[in-house]
Design a protein around this ligand. Sequence first.
Ligand code: J2J
Length: 535
Amino acid sequence: MLDGCVPWPGALAERYRAEGYWAEQTLDVLLREGAEQHADRTALVAADGTRFTWAELDAWADRIAAGLVAAGLAPQDRVLVQLPNVPEFVALFFGLMRAQVLPVLALPAHRESEIVPLCELSGAVAYFVAEDDGAGYDYRDLARTVTKAVPSVRQVFVAGDPAEFAPLPEADPIDLPAADPFEPALFLLSGGTTGTPKLIPRTHSDYLYNARASAEVSGFSSDTVYLVALPAAHNFALASPGLLGAMSTGGTVVLAPDPSADTAFELIERDRVTVTAVVPPIALLWMDVVDFMDADLSTLELLQVGGAKFNPEPASRVREALGCDLQQVFGMAEGLLNFTRLDDTDELKTTTQGAPLCPADELLVVDEEGEPVGPGESGELLTRGPYTLRGYYRAAEHNARAFTADGYYRSGDVVRQLPSGHLIVEGRRKDQINRGGEKIPAEELENHLLAHPAVHDAAVVGMPDEVMGERTCAFIVVKGEKAPTLREVTAFLRERGVAAYKLPDRLEVLEEFPQTKVGKVSKVALVRLLTGENG
Ligand code: J2J
């Protein structure tokens, strides 16, 4: 496997192949096969209504693949890709697959403080951006900063007006060698728990399984019209089943620039969307406003909700409010996916976060000592399986902690498993804030806060929130007399190029931090200060 990646042990890899989870195919078959089978049907619809047939998309990806080669990109090169939900994302994705160039899929919300370390860690040689995010942010400015900071990034390609950079490369199609299906095809970003980003290598065969098997449990078919409402670069919208899952069954993919009700409802009506995936705050919002909006959502059959805990009360209202079925999804870019099944009881659909996707997924629920808990008891979820990573890229030291000796990934999620196999997510053991599905590694934000001249110490916690599940509270101890305000702190963080979703919602100044028995900052006690609970 690519240097810096951790392979599955030989015997397990053999088993995954023998049992049919790992096909000897590369991700680009999703587009190639679709183009062979239904060339003239619509594969992709942009937000502005531009439609691409399978044949057009296939030809476009071929031209990009040839363009990438002509631009000097070679197999196994890593490139940073940061595109919003535009058709170029899909064409570029498949062009990269065909040229065997490995994308690191950043989110549109990421800024300098995320992109620079990602480029450094991956050794990215090129950076692909859109001209802007459709809401006024110009990625070419970011590209100027990134190329200055990271010398390995030799080229910038822009979807849209390239300014001083290059447009997306295209050239006359050429014959290209096939990739090894068992090698990494792309890198996803981990939600993270530490001060530095972590990259998740996903192989062609593992990710193909991820997309195809997800599409199957979600009932996708050639009639599926999938709305990409979350960022296409996120595992949920990309492959769980997401746009790749929809393509795997010959369905149609519709791209939404944002998941607001205004935007999404209009696209659902216009393109007769049958299924989409959102995070809980978006589902809540849609349910709140649907009665006041004049939108025809009658084609919508299934709403997938995941990324953060969707509580039973709102979950039980989805069918009545939106007229569609609910599927809860508890997934992770690291691999393991859990889905409620379409034929589950309403009780399971509303009160659980689903059961593992694959018969070969191995799950352990363990206590603080790492010992398995009794049936139905809660503990930390550990997992391994045919589409769960065995190690982060170039992170040997972190991997030693993040995985058990026998290769289980420590998810950091606290769950309890029902006899049916369904999981209920009850909490978290990792130092991360889940702000409505967006993940904020506490240590990363604390490091940024510590860089502020007036901050002596910092501790970041999630505070319970009705809509977002959690919001971010930064506790600080100050150096001098004068404490900065929340506004000053967020301005400082923005200046450092921290993504907007990571900015704290609340700032609290303390004389000193409460400590645990072993002298560490007690985040439990900090949360209690906010919620007013004792004990
Ligand atoms: C509670 N916590 C959840 C859920 C994820 C599909 C769906 C989601 C993701 C995702 C994904 C949760 N209830 N239903 O990649 O393909 C929290 C857990 C988990 C972490 C992973 C997909 N669904 N979570 O959210 O890599 O803490 O993936 O470990 O962004 O989100 O985050 P991420």
